[in-house]
Design a protein around this ligand. Structure first.
Ligand SMILES: Nc1ncnc2c1ncn2[C@@H]1O[C@H](COP(=O)(O)OP(=O)(O)O)[C@@H](O)[C@H]1O
Ligand SMILES: [Mg+2]
Length: 318
């Protein structure tokens, strides 16, 4: 289609203003065709009134046919590459899910075995602490044993709660309450690290269908990670929003380096020293969120100016 004078041709009325603004006088429209289907149009504008010969137009159309073919090939290739990438991603996810589920089965046994001795260690330590002079070396050592035992107990509880999930039922839950309970459970860590928790709850959120113990685990893990990232104190802001039941946890911690961003959800990936990190928190969190048909995403730094990390969870009501 050739429009010799944009200013007068009625079909062009809708684009006239735009064309005149740029000073176009004429335009040649060439269809992009592949597989006998037109998938686009190339507009060649000119600031001159139409003067091309038929031969020139023919030549142009041939050029455009060439371009069409290239675009077609490129698109096919991109699609193929995307498919391949998608497949690889799926495979990796499946592999990780398998690791997690094997872990779930294994961990319940191990966790049970460890639970009893640990309870005794903790009990005896706390008993001896009461009888020991606070200024002595022994007292400090006992304090260390106590805090490490508490941490171990947390890990074991996490694993136990996680592996018991098959027995757990979905029920209607209040997200704000779940978060409150989670904060309570990590209370000692919050205090220990001198962290200020700011709650920005939206009241009367719609109930969501979920497994209470599992969702508590999600927030216990995320809050505990935030505490680990803020060893010298800081602020953890937890907000809930009505849209998609969005929950945001924003910390002012050390942030997550770009290089490890795509690894943090992998089982056993941890940057923490032995005895402190298990690398199980986030994969379990992700697994639980997916069981609830939700989504989790992470951003670090929080924005261009603020360091720290923000985890966003969507738990659409079912
Ligand atoms: N809020 C956070 N701030 C900084 N780094 C984080 C945060 N949350 C998670 N990470 C990083 O992700 C890693 C994996 O977390 P996780 O799966 O919970 O395992 P763990 O806490 O046992 O190391 C952590 O070791 C840490 O490097
Ligand atoms: Mg963790």
């Amino acid at each position: 289609l050739i429009i010799k004078d944009i200013g007068t041709v009625p079909e062009w009325a809708s684009l006239r203003e735009h064309s005149i603004k740029y000073g176009y006088k004429s335009v040649i429209l060439l269809p992009l065709i592949s597989d006998n289907k037109c998938f686009g149009i190339m507009n060649l504008y000119s600031t001159e009134p139409y003067i091309s010969t038929e031969k020139e137009v023919e030549l142009l159309q041939e050029l455009v046919n060439d371009i069409s073919y290239r675009i077609f090939v490129l698109r096919a290739k991109t699609e193929e590459e995307n498919l391949k990438k998608e497949k690889e991603k799926l495979q990796l996810q499946m592999f990780q899910m398998e690791k997690i589920s094997a872990l779930g089965q294994l961990s319940s046994g191990i966790a049970h075995e460890l639970n009893n001795p640990l309870t005794t260690i903790l009990g005896l330590t706390q008993y001896q602490l009461k009888k020991t002079d606070k200024s002595s070396d022994l007292y400090n050592d006992l304090k260390t044993i106590e805090s490490l035992s508490l941490r171990s107990r947390d890990i074991i509880r996490t694993l136990l709660a996680y592996s018991r999930q098959t027995e757990m039922k979905f029920e209607l839950l209040d997200i704000n309450q779940i978060i409150e309970k989670s904060i309570e459970l990590v209370g000692h860590q919050i205090e220990l690290n001198n962290i200020k928790v700011i709650k920005m709850y939206t009241e009367k959120l719609p109930y969501i269908s979920g497994v209470n113990q599992l969702l508590i685990q999600v927030f216990v893990n995320l809050i505990s990670n935030a505490c680990d990232a803020m060893t010298d104190g800081g602020t953890l802001t937890i907000s809930t929003e009505r849209a998609d039941n969005k929950i945001k946890l924003t910390d002012t911690g050390k942030g997550i380096p770009k290089e490890i961003m795509d690894k943090i959800f992998r089982p056993f990936f941890t940057t923490k020293p032995v005895g402190k990190g298990t690398g199980l928190g986030l994969p379990i969190v992700k697994n639980i969120i997916e069981k609830h048909k939700g989504e989790i995403s992470v951003k670090s730094p929080v924005d261009d100016h603020i360091q720290g990390t923000v985890f966003t969870i969507l738990l659409p009501a079912v």
